[in-house]
Design a protein around this ligand. Structure first.
Ligand SMILES: Cc1ncc(C[n+]2csc(CCOP(=O)(O)OP(=O)(O)O)c2C)c(N)n1
Length: 557
């Protein structure tokens, strides 16, 4: 219904951009398209910064990274079919990583829908299984309502992606949509009865374990949780790619429960009599391929504190379900009173230190554990490390130490190509902090063109490309299952340092461990976005084994 009383003074596109401003959005990521020109025009003098990217995949990952870091939706604009399908990776990441994000996509004119018009996609069908909500803004007068709802859905409970489709003919229309107010994420406080029951369970437990994970944390919540753990003597581990939720040098830290986890930690969790999972979904990688806990009823008492009631009990029936956001839960943990002296956590922490402290031998002239150990002593605690997927990340998980909240930016869903776009987004958000992207050689070229975005916006990130001339992770599986039959995993790579220079950045090649530190310092000194092309021997496929050992074992069995 069109209102008669208020004159239409704004286009629908202008209303959209105004709503973003009212939601305190300061930057959006996009690849432009003719389908949403009125929005680009409204952004022109809106005060909102626009980052133009080279591929929608990169743009969507930047928005996802922004959402993951800030806890409020990252915003991405893409054009119709080609843009939306290119950008869909960011939606998959936001779903699996529980990240608030809004993707605005162009759509064909309302009158042409269903004709298989130029670049037409049915977004409800395409994104329906991934996004929390997919809607088309058909009514100019409902734009503000729809945008506000997109913010509240993306931030509610288990956070995630929302897709709003913008029919071409709607955007230039006059709109009488009144503005919507700022939307805040709702905190969910745990019930007093549940917290009392948790206090009892802690009093009875001989071998408790706390697993931290998921989103919706804050520095304060992380500190409150550490105080609780210390007071009750509970060892703490972090779920896959959420290592930044607990200081690894805190005496209660027991390690990283993800890919390539310390077998001693895995055994410790299995043998615990009480597991408190706070904010973690207990996904496939954290649960070590669904082997840690019996399904559907875990062998130990499981307390699952999670911000989405529908997620609790998806796989595991908790003995004590607690519907709460991590921040509210952490505050409630801080009010619990221990009924017995704190348990001894020193063995659990020592296991972690023994696992991560010293470098390991590796075939070839470049040793990745030594590089990680150098980085952890050189970088300030607030440096942010962003990475994609590949076996090289095993050295990060094991040897790097994320000492501050929100310094680890990786995907729970193991999406290749995440590192460079995430680093571009982080450097834009925190120009004063050091931001690194770490990538495999296959991983890097998935989105490496966004290095041009870093150069364009003067964002001096340092990209480490770990080149073993193979898609190592897949090669590892190949050698295990089809030894000696190398299929589709060899790579012939360009000179990545020369690529960096041709893009207008700094580039250097590292062929032995001792060259790494001077090259890194020179990259920092340059003040330019930089790529260090680190060539290492493919045989060193993980920190603890070689390709040749995997092949020999497979051939002999
Ligand atoms: C977008 C995407 N495509 C494919 C995969 C499957 N995959 C996982 S790791 C990997 C190889 C990574 O190779 P590289 O970046 O060279 O790192 P490495 O494993 O050699 O350290 C592939 C193809 C994925 N996770 N993501």
């Amino acid at each position: 219904m069109t209102r008669q009383t208020e004159p239409a003074t704004r286009t629908t596109a202008k209303v959209l951009v105004e709503q973003l401003r009212l939601q305190h959005i300061t930057r959006v990521f996009c690849v432009p398209g003719e389908s949403y020109l009125p929005v680009l025009d409204a952004l022109y003098d809106s005060g909102i910064a626009v980052t133009v990217c080279r591929n929608e995949g990169g743009a969507a990952m930047m928005a996802e990274a922004w959402g993951k870091q800030t806890g409020r939706p990252g915003i991405c604009f893409v054009t119709r079919g080609p843009g939306a399908t290119n950008g869909s990776g960011g939606i998959h990441i936001a779903e699996q990583d529980s990240t608030p994000m809004i993707l605005f996509v162009g759509q064909v004119e309302r009158d042409n829908r269903g004709r298989d018009a130029f670049q037409e996609v049915d977004y409800r069908a395409f994104f329906g299984g991934m996004a929390k909500w997919v809607a088309e803004v058909d009514e100019p007068d409902r734009m503000a309502e729809m945008v506000a709802r997109a913010f509240s859905v993306a931030m509610a409970g288990r956070q995630g992606p929302v897709v709003l489709s913008l029919p071409h003919d709607v955007l230039p229309q006059p709109s009488q949509s009144p503005d919507a107010p700022f939307v805040d994420a709702l905190e969910i406080t745990p019930g007093a009865a549940e917290m009392a029951r948790l206090e009892e369970l802690l009093a009875q437990s001989e071998r408790p374990m706390l697993i931290l994970g998921g989103g919706r944390w804050s520095q304060a919540a992380v500190s409150q949780t550490a105080q609780f753990a210390q007071m009750f003597g509970v060892p703490v581990c972090t779920s896959f790619r959420r290592a930044h939720l607990f200081d690894p040098l805190h005496p209660n830290y027991a390690g990283d429960l993800g890919l390539g986890a310390n077998p001693k930690l895995v055994a410790r969790v299995k043998q615990s009599d009480l597991v408190i999972a706070a904010g973690a979904r207990l996904n496939e990688l954290t649960s070590q391929g669904y082997t840690l806990f019996d399904i559907p009823v875990p062998q130990m008492s499981l307390v699952h504190a999670y911000p989405d009631a529908e997620e609790i009990g998806r796989v595991y029936r908790p003995h004590l379900p607690i519907h709460a956001t991590p921040q509210a839960f952490a505050a409630a943990l801080g009010r619990l009173k221990p009924r017995r002296p704190a348990g001894d956590v020193s063995a659990a922490h020592q296991d972690y230190l023994d696992w991560s402290e010293k470098s390991l031998p590796q075939p070839g002239a470049v040793n990745l554990s030594e590089i990680m150990i150098w980085l952890r002593s050189h970088l300030p605690a607030d440096a942010i490390l962003c990475n994609g997927a590949g076996n090289y990340s095993g050295w990060i998980h094991r040897f790097f130490r994320f000492r501050r909240f929100n310094t680890q930016m990786g995907t729970v869903c193991g999406f290749m190509g995440y590192g460079v776009p995430a680093a571009v987004a982080m450097k834009g958000l925190y120009p004063e902090r050091k931001v690194l992207a770490l990538a495999g050689d296959g991983d890097f070229l998935m989105t490496g063109q966004e290095f041009a975005t870093a150069v364009q916006y003067h964002l001096p990130i340092v990209v480490l490309v770990f080149d073993n001339a193979t898609l190592g992770t897949i090669r590892m599986h190949q050698e295990r299952e089809y030894p000696g039959r190398v299929s589709a995993t060899d790579l012939r790579n360009p000179d990545f340092a020369a690529m960096a220079r041709s893009f207008g950045g700094f580039g250097a090649t590292v062929e032995k461990t001792a060259d790494f530190a001077p090259a890194f310092l020179a990259a920092e000194e340059s003040g330019l976005p930089a790529i260090l092309h680190v060539k290492f021997d493919a045989d060193g496929i993980t920190p603890s084994t070689t390709l040749s050992a995997i092949r020999a074992k497979a051939l002999s069995s």
